[in-house]
Design a protein around this ligand. Structure first.
Ligand code: NAD
Length: 364
């Protein structure tokens, strides 16, 4: 698969401009670009600028609503229930997290439920927003989209890739950031394998008959053929964590769970999220926390390396490395680049203005 290098700053400008052209205000367009380009910088292309065409389709179908602000529906001081009003996930989630962080600063902790957000992207971004303010942040997320993951023991998809995320600020070193889908592979990674026509690892997929397979094509069958399913990571453990994400992230927040009655959208991905944000300073352990983390990390990283491994990384470290590698330019695959050019053309047609094709910005 051919990759095209786009200067990072130009890519960011292009994403700002396409949402300004669609009608977002400056703040929303910038938050969206910060998030999507940030996901590419972090190495998670599945949640990066390649989502722009999907967002444009969702907006054109009148599903994604631009320039929304959140409604706080319940407020008991340390607990907030917030409605994202089908708004741009990157903007309404930023607003909801700001409210939760302010409450955590005031009271020590805030449990915040956000429902009805449009796709809120890379969940690690939201943990990073809290971590930047010195807060620990734990996130349980559902996605109201077509089921793609089989429950443990099942042969057909019933659940989604429900991400689980924890961000921990550590004095004197980079934060710890756990942020992953509860499926064995994220959906975007199966798509990449399919585009590259390579197999996926064992224990990742079932075919449409419920049989294990390494062929990613089972998730993208010809029209009219039933799809296979992704498997949860680590068998029953990933499935159990996905259930908790769905029930806390959606059922408890007042959002919709992922079942046929709720998956009526054409292009939107709706996300619901429960976030627990708290101020670690209030634990009264600040004096020893950093030292204890450093000592424990030293111990963990003293393990002899297995064959094929160069080092033992910490959660969050692959993203830090990717940011350094991609600071100046970001690779975009051909298929995604074409879709982005098409998205610009669609905005041009709908609104009479657009930033033009992204492909002209490629470094040649
Ligand atoms: P992944 O499998 O790449 O795992 C990423 C996590 O594992 C990070 O915390 C990373 O720091 C850590 N990690 C990776 N390699 C490591 C190593 N060698 N040592 C230590 N830690 C390591 O992630 P994924 O499951 O592909 O998910 C990708 C992204 O997709 C996430 O950002 C997630 O939030 C997002 N997502 C979003 C939705 C949604 O509906 N919005 C749904 C699913 C996933």
């Amino acid at each position: 698969m051919t990759e095209h290098l786009i200067p990072t700053a130009d890519l960011h400008r292009w994403v700002v401009d396409i949402f300004l052209a669609a009608g977002s205000d400056e703040r929303e367009a910038k938050l969206t670009a910060d998030h999507l380009v940030g996901a590419n910088l972090a190495g998670h292309d599945s949640h990066g600028v390649g989502m722009v065409p999907r967002y444009v389709s969702s907006w054109l179908a009148d599903e994604l609503q631009l320039n929304q602000h959140v409604d706080v529906e319940q407020d008991s001081g340390t607990m907030l229930t917030i409605n994202g009003r089908r708004g741009m996930g990157q903007a309404v989630t930023h607003e909801a997290m700001d409210l939760a962080i302010a409450r955590a600063r005031q009271h020590g902790v805030c449990v915040m439920g956000l429902k009805n957000s449009h796709h809120l992207g890379r969940v690690g971004h939201w943990a990073e927003q809290a971590v930047a303010q010195g807060m620990v942040s734990v996130h349980f997320v559902n996605a109201v989209s077509f089921p793609v993951v089989a429950p443990h023991g099942g042969t057909q998809a019933r659940i989604v890739t429900n991400p689980f995320t924890v961000g921990i600020p550590v004095p004197g070193r980079e934060p710890i950031l756990l942020d992953f889908a509860t499926s064995a592979l994220a959906m975007g990674k199966v798509r990449v394998a399919h585009n590259k026509q390579v197999k996926v690892p064992d224990n990742s997929l079932l075919d449409r008959h419920g049989q294990p397979t390494t062929d990613p094509g089972v998730i993208f069958p010809p029209a009219g053929t039933p799809r296979g399913a992704l498997l949860p990571f680590a068998g029953h453990k990933g499935y159990a964590l996905a259930m908790v994400c769905e029930l806390l992230g959606a059922a408890l927040t007042g959002g919709e769970t992922t079942r046929p009655a709720n998956t009526t959208m054409k292009h939107a991905i709706w996300n619901n999220m429960l976030a627990v944000v708290f101020d670690p300073q209030r634990m009264g352990t600040a004096d020893m926390f950093g030292d204890e983390v450093n000592a424990f990390v030293d111990w963990v990283q003293s393990a002899p390396l297995r064959e094929g491994f160069d080092d033992i990384m910490l959660p969050g470290e692959p993203e830090q490395r990717s940011r350094r590698a991609r600071a100046e330019r970001i690779p975009i695959d051909s298929g995604t680049l074409t879709q982005m050019d098409e998205a610009a053309a669609a905005v041009q047609q709908a609104r009479g203005t657009s930033p033009g094709p992204l492909s002209v910005l490629e470094i040649r």
